[in-house]
Design a protein around this ligand. Structure first.
Ligand code: B1M
Length: 209
C-alpha cells in the first residue's frame, strides 16, 4: 500500500521524523504491526542493503537509514505482538581482542538486524574467553567476529581454537570480516568470510539454510 511505501521510502532516504510519522499514520489507519514491520521498515532496509551493495549509497547513508529504522521501530514496538518479529537466527558479534574498531561491525550488525537476526553485540576488544562465555549464555546460531588490524586478526584463530577446546565449535557457524581478513584466511582457520555488510547478510542466510 501507499502507506507502506511511504515508510520504506523514509528508511531509504534516512528521514528520521518521517519514519516515525509514517509508522504512526499506518497505525492510526489500522494497519497491523507485523505488516508495517515487514512491508514497510524491513522492506526499506532491504532496499538500502541492495543500494549499498550496488555502490549507490555509502556508509554514512546506511547509518542514517538505520537510525530512521530504529525511530520507526520505537513507535511500532508497543504494537508488535510476540511472534510478529520472526527471528531468523541469533548471532553473537564481537570485535576481537586488542582491536577497538567497531564501525564496520556495527554496520554489519545493523544490516543483519534489519534482515531479522537477533544480534548480541559484545563490543570491542573481546577476548576468546568472553566469546566462549557468551556462546554458553546465549546459545547463538552464529558468531560474527570483526578485526581491522593485521595484528589482531590472529585473535580470530585463537578464538576458534578456544571454541574447539570447549567443544563448542561444532555448535555454531562462524563468520569473520574486516579489512585485513580474506576468504583464504577464513578457510585456513575454519570460518566463513564476507566482504561487507550486505554480503554478510547473504552469508548468514546461507549458513542458516
Ligand atoms: Co584505525 N586503522 N587504528 N582507527 N582505522 C585502520 C584499520 C588502518 C587500515 C588505517 C591505515 O593505517 N590506513 C590501520 C590498520 C593497518 C593494518 O593493521 N593493516 C589502522 C590503525 C593502524 C590503527 C591504530 C593502530 C592507529 C594508532 O593508534 N597508531 C589504532 C588501533 C586501535 C586498536 O584497535 N587497538 C587505530 C584506531 C582507530 C580509531 C579509534 C581512531 C578509529 C576507530 C573508531 C571506531 O571504530 N569506533 C579508526 C578508524 C576509523 C580507522 C579507519 C580510518 C576506518 C575504519 C572504518 O570504520 N571503516 C581505517 C582505515 C580504513 O579502513 N580505510 C583504520 C568504515 C567501516 C564501515 O568499514 O570497518 O572496513 P570496515 O567494515 C566493513 C568491512 O570491513 C566489513 O563490512 C564492513 C561494512 O562494509 N566487515 C565485516 C567488518 N567487520 C565484518 C564482520 C563480518 C563481515 C564483514 O562478519 C562478522
Amino acid at each position: 500500500s501507499v502507506l507502506f511505501e511511504q515508510i520504506a521510502d523514509s528508511i531509504i532516504d534516512g528521514m528520521i521524523e518521517e519514519a516515525r510519522d509514517s509508522v504512526q499514520k499506518a497505525l492510526d489507519d489500522g494497519c497491523e504491526g507485523k505488516d508495517i514491520l515487514n512491508e514497510g521498515l524491513i522492506a526499506g532496509m532491504n532496499e538500502v542493503g541492495v543500494l549499498f551493495k550496488e555502490g549507490e549509497v555509502f556508509v554514512p547513508e546506511v547509518l542514517i537509514s538505520a537510525k530512521a529504522m530504529n525511530a520507526g521501530m520505537e513507535v511500532l514496538k508497543p504494537y508488535l505482538q510476540e511472534g510478529d518479529v520472526k527471528k531468523v537466527g541469533k548471532a553473537v558479534f564481537a570485535t576481537v581482542k586488542g582491536d577497538l574498531h567497531d564501525i564496520g561491525k556495527k554496520l554489519v550488525a545493523l544490516m543483519m538486524e534489519g534482515a531479522g537476526y537477533e544480534i548480541i553485540d559484545l563490543g570491542v576488544d573481546v577476548s576468546p574467553e568472553k566469546i566462549v562465555e557468551a556462546v554458553k549464555q546465549y546459545n547463538p546460531d552464529i558468531i560474527g567476529m570483526s578485526a581491522m588490524l593485521t595484528t589482531t586478526m590472529v585473535a580470530m584463530k585463537e578464538t576458534i581454537e578456544t571454541l574447539k577446546e570447549e567443544g563448542l565449535y561444532e555448535k555454531v557457524k562462524i563468520m569473520i570480516g574486516g579489512a585485513p581478513v580474506s576468504d583464504k584466511y577464513a578457510k585456513q582457520i575454519g570460518a566463513n568470510y564476507s566482504s561487507d555488510a550486505s554480503a554478510a547478510v547473504d552469508l548468514a542466510n546461507q549458513l542458516m539454510a
